[in-house]
Design a protein. Structure first.
Length: 471
């Protein structure tokens, strides 16, 4: 059924485009579907072209139709400032005139735009526009049905993957007393939905712990939604958390926030200590009343969310000093877990390094490798200012660069092989060097594509740009 659903959409779009072009006596018809999460339009069909197009929905007449919700008729595109030449440049097609109609689902959601290009005789008329509006109305229903099937299939596949892996405590590596106590606590609260606050230094695996909490709970079959609060500009925090309604600003389309997306499951808010007082107040209200309101909306939306939050700050001290809302702090910290830095659990480093090395070799399609006793000794002695994240990056580097089956001391980074670094006096410099190296590796892997590099690093694109500016 999945393969049929994948084939159904392009077949349907192609059929609709052909029918519209023939009905209106035009050279070509194109259907652009709206990707709300990225505010982009994409086209899987343009008669005479197999190319898939993707561009910012705020550009072009198709974008104006999709976001504005009104049909547009243009007799001469060269006289219309809204016309976007990028599509013609990519396809080699020359647009002279066009008529476009919005694709609107029965619930009012914008699905995209339906365009018919270049009337073969004369120009498009008001009657042509009315015909296309009617055709777009029927097309939207058919497209909505297929998209719903695909979305349901994708969601089911994701839930099956989550259910099979469950992000259970098996993903937490380590046999030290500190790690055993964390695993035991996760098991103890597995039949509850209490909020959990995870504290610990940067790079100690707080999100991994949050996923294990989710995967071991009754909510495992529902969404796990993560958001890094520190990576968001202040003006976007509210819309990301609670969503936004259409028409709040020019070009804005309605979309659900993270609370809605996590309904029935777990919402993980990383770096929650960096939230502004205004955002803290809104989260407190959502937790107390179990309802949220989208930006620009007036209708309360019920949400059932378990909140797992994380920070590397001392929130207790911040709350006591008045720098953080104490009422929110105690709401967050029903259960408190602390992820230990690697330097405090040296007995777990060897096992973790071997596990990471095996995973990276598989991911990079390299032959399996192992660490020599000398390399393991150096790894255990090193202070790891960047914690697990730094260790993972080191294992990625040696998996990619060393061709032998055995990793020896001299294969390790100089600071690790030489047993230097990690003291309090050079902690900041070491962390910055690690960040710089990881960003350089990600940019190199992605060919300089910042959006892709950000995904590799687990950051938002803006978060990566912020780090690039700081470094």
């Amino acid at each position: 059924m999945a393969n049929e659903a994948e084939r159904d959409l392009p077949r349907l779009l192609d059929l609709l485009a052909q029918e519209a072009a023939q009905l209106l006596g035009a050279e070509r018809a194109s259907i652009f579907l709206l990707d709300e999460s990225r505010t982009e339009l994409w086209s899987q069909v343009a008669l005479g072209s197999d190319e898939v197009l993707r561009f910012d929905a705020r550009l072009g007449i198709a974008g104006a139709v999709a976001l504005g919700g009104e049909a547009i008729l243009v007799a001469d595109v060269t006289t219309d400032d809204r016309f976007y030449t990028g599509v013609d440049e990519r396809t080699g097609f020359v647009t002279r005139n066009l008529v476009g109609a919005p694709l609107v689902a029965p619930d009012g959601e914008s699905l995209g735009a339906f365009e018919v290009l270049n009337k073969r005789e004369g120009s498009f008329s008001e009657a042509d526009r009315d015909v296309l509006v009617a055709l777009a109305r029927h097309a939207a229903r058919a497209i909505g049905n297929v998209l719903s099937m695909r979305n349901l299939r994708d969601q089911n596949a994701r839930l099956r993957r989550e259910a099979s892996r469950r992000f259970s405590t098996e993903a937490i590596v380590g046999t030290s007393p500190r790690m055993r106590s964390l695993v035991q606590l996760i098991e103890e609260i597995s039949d509850t939905s209490v909020n959990v606050l995870i504290t610990g230094e940067t790079g100690t695996g707080k999100e991994l712990l949050a996923r294990a909490i989710h995967g071991s709970s009754a909510r495992a079959g529902h969404p796990f939604v993560a958001l890094n609060c520190a990576a968001l500009p202040e003006e976007l925090v509210e819309s990301e958390l609670f969503g936004i309604e259409k028409g709040v600003a020019t070009g804005v389309v309605a979309r659900a926030g993270r609370f809605e997306q996590a309904n029935g499951g777990t919402l993980f808010l990383d770096e929650i200590g960096d939230l502004s007082p205004a955002a803290q107040a809104k989260i407190l209200r959502a937790l107390q009343e179990r309802v949220i309101e989208r930006v620009g909306g007036r209708k309360p939306i019920p949400v059932d969310v378990r909140l797992v939050s994380a920070t590397n700050r001392d929130l207790a001290q911040d709350a006591e000093a008045g720098r953080y809302r104490s009422d929110l702090y105690y709401r967050l910290k029903v259960v408190h877990m602390e992820t230990p830095p690697l330097r405090e659990i040296p007995e777990d480093i060897a096992l973790l390094a071997e596990r990471l090395l095996a995973a990276k070799c598989e991911e990079l399609r390299r032959e399996p490798k192992h660490l020599s006793k000398g390399a393991l000794r150096r790894l255990t002695e090193y202070r790891w200012p960047g914690n697990v994240r730094e260790l993972e990056n080191e294992m990625t580097r040696v998996a990619a660069s060393v061709r032998r089956a055995e990793i020896v001391e001299t294969d390790l980074s100089p600071a690790i092989a030489g047993g230097t670094g990690g003291g309090p006096q050079d902690l900041k410099a070491a962390i910055e060097a690690l960040e710089r190296r990881m960003i350089e590796d990600a940019l190199r892997t992605s060919g300089g594509n910042k959006a892709q590099a950000a995904r590799l690093l687990g950051l938002s694109r803006q978060g990566l740009l912020n780090k690039l500016a700081r470094l």
